[in-house]
Design a protein around this ligand. Structure first.
Ligand code: LMR
Length: 395
């Protein structure tokens, strides 16, 4: 049966991280996968998560399945963190949420529910976007269309191109937007641009879907959901895929949430029932551990304050790395890298060609994606000089 089966190439992100791990060069640098690394080059466990974990070990009575919708404290805490208490109060019962295995699982559940609506519309995805959006959405049978987003010349958002392309989005179409910290470019919409997109959604009738994987890594927990909440204020239906992989460091615990904001309680019940049915046919029940930890952290004032402080520290460190990297690159190359400090979150395109990215990999053991996307959060005082020197050498 499997004799003729083709062997697939490695994943464009995970495959490179694996190639870097296998590289024997002691000076190698991995700027591939989007994981927050501290100054020691480690992906830390948040202090609040460690404390919640100790509590859980002492108190957990059972490993029976979670309810299909997910852990109640997690559902309530994360929905409120994303949507905000005021908007939840203004639409009583109209927001439904289903726990999902990570942000990926939440995007897939969201797409499954959109497909179940019977729409024959397309899903508009930014060019470029996180590559996994494509299989996650098309595996439901929904068709894709792309809209211009990042302009390599200006190294920022091509808002004019975006608005022109989305001008063709119709009722029944879905527009996938990155809530903050756009992956792969780091270039985000400003509040005025979010307002334009929200007005277009109202006038043209398309449904926004927000991938929110980096809340708190851009300008702060509240500022990073400005656009999403503005959409909720104006648009009758919004789908959100939230992930706690990065902002609670729960990467391997697969802790995500699909949120359906609708006009009324009946719609919320319908979307939740469809998401639960989709989950049942794909993986049955959500994983418990990450959600039980996150639910505790979000509900307990002391743990939550500790988490928010640690997250703000990470965000501040990334911003400092952005500014150090910019000035060092500019000093080494004589070129303008000011775009790096303007961007948000972990990612930035260095603007290198595929050949330059490949040569840095083979000659210098410096690993970035072929597109020259780097994870800024993997830079530190010990590898910064090597990275700057290597990049300057190919410019
Ligand atoms: C990334 O873009 O590197 C992260 O979101 C990790 C992943 O799963 O691709």
């Amino acid at each position: 049966m499997f004799e003729e089966m083709p062997i697939l190439p490695p994943d464009s992100i995970l495959g490179l991280a694996a190639a870097c791990r296998a590289d024997p060069n002691p000076d190698k640098v991995d700027l591939t996968i989007g994981i927050y690394m501290d100054e020691a080059g480690l992906c830390p466990v948040f202090n609040a998560i460690k404390q919640a974990q100790r509590q859980l070990v002492d108190e957990e009575q059972s490993k029976a399945y979670l309810a299909p919708q997910g852990d109640p404290a997690f559902l309530e805490g994360l929905t409120e963190l994303v949507v905000g208490a005021e908007r939840l109060a203004s639409r009583p019962g109209a927001v439904g949420a289903v726990q999902a295995p990570g942000g990926c699982g939440a995007v897939r559940l969201g797409a499954e529910v959109l497909k179940a609506s019977g729409t024959d519309g397309k899903v508009w995805v930014s060019d470029p976007s996180w590559p996994v959006h494509v299989p996650l959405i098309t595996s439901t049978g929904l068709a894709l269309e792309s809209y211009r987003y990042y302009d390599p010349q200006s190294q920022g958002v091509n808002f004019e191109g975006m608005v022109t392309d989305l001008g063709a989005a119709r009722r029944g179409d879905i527009v996938l937007l990155h809530g903050c910290c756009h992956n792969p470019s780091g270039a985000d919409l400003n509040p005025e641009q979010w307002q334009v997109i929200a007005s277009m959604a109202v006038e043209q009738g398309f449904t926004p879907m927000i991938d929110l994987a980096y809340q708190g890594f851009g300008e702060g927990l509240e500022a990073d959901v400005y656009g999403l909440r503005h959409l909720i204020d104006l648009v009758p239906e919004v789908v959100i895929a939230a992930s706690l992989s990065k902002n609670m460091g729960l990467y391997r615990e697969r802790t995500g949430l699909a949120i359906f904001v609708g006009p009324d309680a009946r719609t919320a019940e319908a979307t939740v029932s469809q998401a639960k049915a989709a989950a049942r046919r794909i993986y049955s029940m959500p994983p418990a551990h990450g959600a039980l930890l996150a639910g505790r952290v979000l509900a307990d004032a002391a743990l939550r304050a500790d988490w928010e402080t640690e997250l703000a520290g990470m965000c501040g460190r990334i911003n400092q790395l952005r500014s150090d990297f910019q000035s060092r690159l500019e000093a080494a190359s004589g070129r303008d890298f000011s775009f790096i400090a303007r961007e948000n979150g972990m990612f930035s395109f260095l603007g290198l060609s595929v050949d330059q990215a490949l040569s840095l990999r083979s000659e210098r053991s410096l690993y970035m994606l072929d597109s020259s996307r780097i994870n800024i959060a993997s830079l530190n005082a010990s590898n910064m000089d090597r990275v700057v020197d290597a990049v300057a050498s190919v410019l």
